[in-house]
Design a protein around this ligand. Sequence first.
Ligand code: HEC
Ligand code: HEC
Length: 281
Amino acid sequence: MTKKAISLGILALAVGAGSGAYAGPDDDSLVINDELEMVTETAAPAHMEGIDTIYSGWRFRTDETQSLQLDDFDNPAMLTVDQAIDAYSEVDGSENESCASCHGDVESFAGLSAAMPKVKDGNLVTLEDEINNCRSTRMGAEEWKWSGQDMQGMVALIGLQSRGMPVDVAIDGDAAPFWEKGKEIYYTRYGQLELSCASCHEENYGNMIRADHLSQGQINGFPTYRLKQARLISRHNRFRGCIRDTRAHTFAEGSDEFRALELYVLSRSNGLSVETPAVRQ
Ligand code: HEC
Ligand code: HEC
């Protein structure tokens, strides 16, 4: 047996072992606070070849986990978001500024997260980049760590202003080379198991992998609160965890590789609602 055949065998064993059952997304609808209806299922964007319909990861979770996202009072991410609301108007750094002193009400960021990352001056920039740029060059404050709770809380607070809007990230023009690079990473087989993102999230979504119900790996709900880790998880942290699970060396959070992958994976969510902050197992 070739190495590749063996590794695909491992996947076949892991996927569906025991239960053997394919259980697609459920039919539940996601209405937050009894008023805000989310699009959790829609036609795949034209650039996607392997999938006809895209689904929010929420549709693959248990009723128990799903229920935590139905009401903001039950959503454990909101504690960190509340801290970010305080931080937003706190003066920090040598310039005596707060986010609020320049940006005014945080609601002014409505729509931004649905269209990030995007290219500025030839660089692909994420929300984390924008926030740290303001902290270092405009506030004279220390940069936040990529996956720190202060950073991800702020990313979630700004994302919340776009909740319910469709993800609509640009992939043409200046963005095209970054998108191509992200796509290449998505389909590259990594690690001893020789698995790509697509091996699990495109070819096997709906199946069980060990105890987990595999989704399409969408990122319209990030940062997400993970119950297992009891904190907000960044997109790059999730990518890192998934690559590590294939027993491969992974890229760093904030690396150009993960920026490009973020743009590509988000383009696979185009048309789903921004769900930030989502809750996952
Ligand atoms: C001294 C004024 C100032 C402070 C303080 C400041 N910013 Fe900014 N921020 C700006 C300016 C100016 C821009 C660039 C405007 C643009 O590109 O539209 C910007 C851009 C941004 C953007 C990108 C907006 C876009 O439309 O692309 C985000 C997000 C952001 N800031 C968040 C923050 C946060 C969060 C804080 C606090 C941690 C903060 N900023 C503090 C002035 C400031
Ligand atoms: C060995 C299979 C496997 C591979 C390969 C894999 N993942 Fe995952 N991934 C999982 C499992 C299992 C989960 C948890 C269940 C779920 O949400 O699908 C998960 C979850 C995710 C989530 C969270 C989805 C949500 O709704 O919160 C994202 C995003 C993700 N993966 C992206 C990726 C990317 C990008 C790659 C490639 C770099 C990748 N994964 C590679 C198995 C895999």
